[in-house]
Design a protein around this ligand. Structure first.
Ligand code: DUC
Ligand code: ZN
Ligand code: ZN
Length: 482
């Protein structure tokens, strides 16, 4: 055993596979020992009464994302790091954009430099909106050579959506270069048609965001995304699954052996379409903008169905889809100068609340086991993105990314507790049971009792090598693969 620099003593270790009372020995930023008793460490953290869990791995975060107009999303890598640590998350995967008419390499260095200013260990997804030959044949191999092995594509939104033909080209290139493809599944034309009809009928308030994109448009696009991925034999993850009828599409494909996985987010087990109909004395119906994200939150009865899909393992990753817009201000929900639902930016902050909400709604309320919680928020995302076994677990050799968790601690969520850049949280006033009281990143204490102490510039980039989950099955119609 290497010399132990730091021991976490007396806690209940919770991993994907089980719970055991044991000490954790740490040296050089890694776990070097797990034993009933570790003596002689230079430094000791007493963890009696606490659960010792892997730091959260959030594989879907929009951080300091450049936009086509030349601006940046409000959340910087420094503010996102504070927010993540405050909620028990230690690693993130965020997005490098591409805009139509542009390549994918032009933003890569700048984005990597920005990410290095933060404190989170991090990797990136490459967004593809314009899959030209130049992008797929010449630039993508260079992106992959940097250790980026995941692509995000959108099947909706005017500026970024891919046609089926373009999506097929991306799938084929991903298979060739061994990347995972993450898909935003909503039907572009159907939503456009619904928006036009709603506006023509004078229905413009935030709550009509949900009317414009009902579950059927998400289900149709999910079905198509999976079918085309099956045709090409390319593994995909369906992002932000909002409801059971969409998850059923994934379950059916999984039963056929197709390599498709489903991600969901805390908003789909806590928020509802009614939240977008909220009003306030100050802002009237615009209050509902605080809850606008896509896919839209559904009815309250959907929450238990999503939990069922989580228990069945059909949805096996819970990410935040942290996409923070303040309510007020020039970069906020009114940035387009209107309160018309289709012009309100899509996205809500959630990087801090992800673990507390899933723990409280999941473990504290008896819907899932503690081990299942760890799988959803740390182990499975790490495996899905090729970060395992370095991230997502507490085992010898893993980075010592650890959340010391008080499973009994009750808190009422406020925006100040989130420590993110946005001026509101959609979870204001919600009660949770279970809270991270201390967080270590690679063995260094980075948060204790809400105080984040990590120094900017200490986050590390996590390059990713090929891994089994993203290998094609070798099954295509007639055995013919282009
Ligand atoms: N999709 C995302 O993945 N994030 C924010 C907005 C969106 O539509
Ligand atoms: Zn999306
Ligand atoms: Zn997103």
């Amino acid at each position: 055993m290497s010399e132990v620099e730091l021991a976490i003593r007396g806690g209940m270790i919770v991993t994907a596979d089980g719970m055991r009372r044991a000490d954790v020995g740490i040296a050089g930023g890694r776990v070097v020992a797990l034993a009933e008793r570790i003596e002689g460490a230079a430094q000791v953290i007493e963890a009696d009464g606490l659960w010792v869990m892997p730091g959260g791995v959030d594989t879907h975060c929009h951080i300091e994302e450049p936009n086509a107009a030349g601006g940046l999303s409000e959340e910087s890598f420094i503010t996102a790091s504070r927010a993540a640590f405050a909620g028990g998350t230690t690693s993130t995967v965020s997005f490098i954009p591409q805009w139509k008419g542009h390549g994918i390499l032009e933003r890569a260095d700048d984005y990597a430099r920005r990410a290095a200013t933060g404190m989170l260990d991090h990797s990136f997804h490459q967004i593809i909106t314009d899959p030209t030959d130049e992008v797929l044949e010449r630039e993508l191999p260079q992106v992959v050579a940097r250790g980026i092995r995941s692509l995000k594509v959108f099947l909706t939104y005017d500026a970024v959506h891919l046609s089926d033909a373009e999506y097929l080209r991306v799938l084929r290139a991903a298979r060739k270069h061994q990347c995972l493809v993450h898909v935003h599944c909503e039907n572009y034309d159907a939503i456009k048609w619904r928006i036009e009809a709603l506006l023509a009928a004078g229905l413009t308030a935030p709550k009509y965001h949900a009317w414009a994109r009902p579950p059927v448009v998400e289900r149709e696009a999910t079905h198509r995304a999976i079918a085309l991925a099956e045709l090409v034999d390319q593994p995909i993850q369906v992002f932000h699954v909002s409801c059971a009828e969409v998850a059923e599409e994934i379950a059916a494909a999984q039963a056929r052996g197709v390599k498709v996985w489903g991600e969901t987010c805390p908003q789909y087990v806590t928020l509802t379409a009614d939240d977008m109909a909220r009003t306030s004395a100050k802002d009237g119906a615009f209050e509902g903008a605080k809850f606008i994200c896509s896919p839209a939150p559904r009815g309250a009865d959907e929450h238990e169905r999503v939990w069922d899909m989580i228990r069945r393992g059909v949805l096996d990753v819970v990410s935040s889809d942290h996409c923070a817009y303040s309510f007020e201000g020039p970069n906020g929900k009114r940035q387009n100068g209107t309160d018309r639902f289709d012009r309100i930016p899509n996205g809500i902050p959630g990087i801090t609340a992800r673990l507390p909400l899933m723990f409280s709604e999941g473990v504290s309320k008896g819907r899932i086991t503690p081990e299942h919680f760890v799988r959803l928020v740390a182990t499975n995302p790490a495996k899905m993105l090729g970060l395992w076994p370095r991230k997502g677990g507490i085992h010898v050799g893993a980075d010592a990314d650890i959340a010391l968790w008080d499973p009994q601690r009750k808190r009422t969520l406020t925006n100040a507790m989130m420590q993110h850049v946005a001026d509101y949280t959609p979870y204001e006033g919600m009660e949770v049971t279970g809270w991270p009281v201390r967080v270590l990143r690679r063995g260094e204490s980075v948060m204790e009792n809400d105080q984040v102490t990590a120094q900017p510039g200490t986050g590390q980039f996590l390059p990713r090598a090929p891994y089994d989950m993203i290998a094609p099955r070798g099954i295509t119609p007639n055995g013919f693969a282009d």
